[in-house]
Write a protein that binds this ligand. Sequence first.
Ligand code: G3I
Ligand code: 9MR
Length: 574
Amino acid sequence: MIVLSAAMLPSIGCVAAPGGTAASPIHLNQLGYLEASRKIAVIGLADAAAGGISRYTIEDAKGRTVLEGVLQPAADWEPAAQQARIADFSALRNPGVYRLKVEGLPLSDPFPVAKDAYQPVLDAALKAFYFNRASSALPREFAGRYARAAGHPDTDVRIHASAASATRPEGSAIAAPKGWYDAGDYNKYIVNSGISTYTLLAAYEHYPALFRAQALSIPDDAPGVPAILREAHWNLAWMLAMQDPADGGVYHKLTNKGFDGTVMPDQARQPRYVVMKSTAASLDFAATMAAASRIYAPFERQYPGLSARMLAAARAAWDWARQHPRAIYRQPPDVFTGGYDDAQVDDEFAWAAAELYIASGEDAFYDAMIARNVPASVPSWGQVGGLAWMSLAQHRERLTPHADRARIEREIDTLAARLAEQWRTSAWRVSMQTRDFVWGSNAMALNQAMMLLQGYRLSPQRDYLDAAQSQLDYVLGRNPLGLSYVTGIGLRSPRHIHHRISEADGIAEPVPGLLAGGAQPGQQDAKDCKVGYPSRQPALSYLDDGCSYASNEVAINWNAPLVYVSAAIEALTR
Ligand code: G3I
Ligand code: 9MR
């Protein structure tokens, strides 16, 4: 049997399907599957034609039938208003390249079954953070044809009126270089940086062996430190500079007043500001720094004093937030960039308290967390309560006797069980419901997967792992558009993401490894788009056009769970 590695498939795809030949209605994970993966394909048909078909076969690379099966009955999938039929071919375990065949339909794309099937997406998704570094030139050695000059040095950042204090009056200057650009824009937002950085740190904390073995081509400025932690450090260094040393409060964002045009970083000239200290930013900062303080502690030699500094910074930010519990971010009238404004901060208090409890062992922090009464939920930039329970679950064996371990396990399991039930009863076999098609729906899918995986880590119920696999399948091609939503990954992937660098660099292919936000019916960018969306259906409302910031932008908080989930599936599937 010919073994074709998953890593080879994208290049084959570029030859065979440049930007999208007519896709088959047979949708599957374009990176294929691990030997022990649950393997599900979905046939999506806009009409009842699906009803007539009943059998499928799997062919190997030589056209020999290696498996036959019966399709499950057609059922309606509301988010796409389509009928779906499932082919479950999990019995296929031998490495190889295959196609799925259904009488009367175009053959599926070829897909591999291979060990390390998701290593390419894991590597690319992490490397994408490097490609989005602010304040740095990207040399050819690491960036290849995406090499570029430095932009946004952020060494002369002005204090905006909303952020003025006695020691830092309006218009005075601070330096806050480095960090990642948030998304397709060039601004840097603490709220979104917090969850993104934490999610990468959690991936490392949960699967250290996998990340220690990862060879990633980024600068080695801290020999002996895994690439994921070196990359995260680039952003943590910036975050630390966003704290006012005079009082511990953390600025909400570092930004232009208005979005840059579609130019490369070195061509962007607008003045930069830090804007308003906020409760949410201070708490997300506190949580992330407390988590980072424990994760970087073993690397004292490479980062002397960093771990202690982070814990002290976390405590100071926490104290500030306690004194300013209602410093809710409001966009000043002269600032027009992203808001990340969230008026409900109980979950941010709970998350910061949980991380400070784990870092310090002080029971008062546990009580502060419980007092907020925040249940586990699927994380997003504005809803971080699930991260608190996820960290507590990870550390449950080492918590003080004060912690209620049964409650921690119950919170995670209740959420995972609900998501698994949604998966079992879904015609498309995903946890995603119609309401989950929000701005950044692909990250919603992956954050659901991340919480299913927390459930699996606590009690290895196979459904939790299989449902998480399905969510990754969805993002990598098993969706009604037949698109792998990650640039450069899979046979058909976005070509025109809303990402200033990809749009302005003169290279036809977008920067690789970036997850597009995905389908959602809001179409808030319709006024900026000359082409119309093809559909209003939640799971079909997607436009592969640079104009579409509401469906085709990229963002660090969307890429981070892609790193987590692809790593976890690799590490846990057997
Ligand atoms: O909170 C309400 C909820 O109560 C309501 O039921 C629901 C119904 O639509 O809307 C919820 O608000 C949504 C909000 O996100 C919180 O989820 C808004 O509709 C939605 O428009 C908003 O989208 C955010 C978008 O910025 C616009 O503000 C995205 O979550 C957020 O990821 C995105 O972030 C941008 C940054 O501002 C700038 N940088 C790029 C980045 C990615 O596009
Ligand atoms: O480029 C901006 C993107 O990063 C934001 O997520 C989005 C929503 O805030 O806004 C984009 O900027 C657009 C602006 O809101 C309206 N005019 C067109 C801009 C993009 O071309």
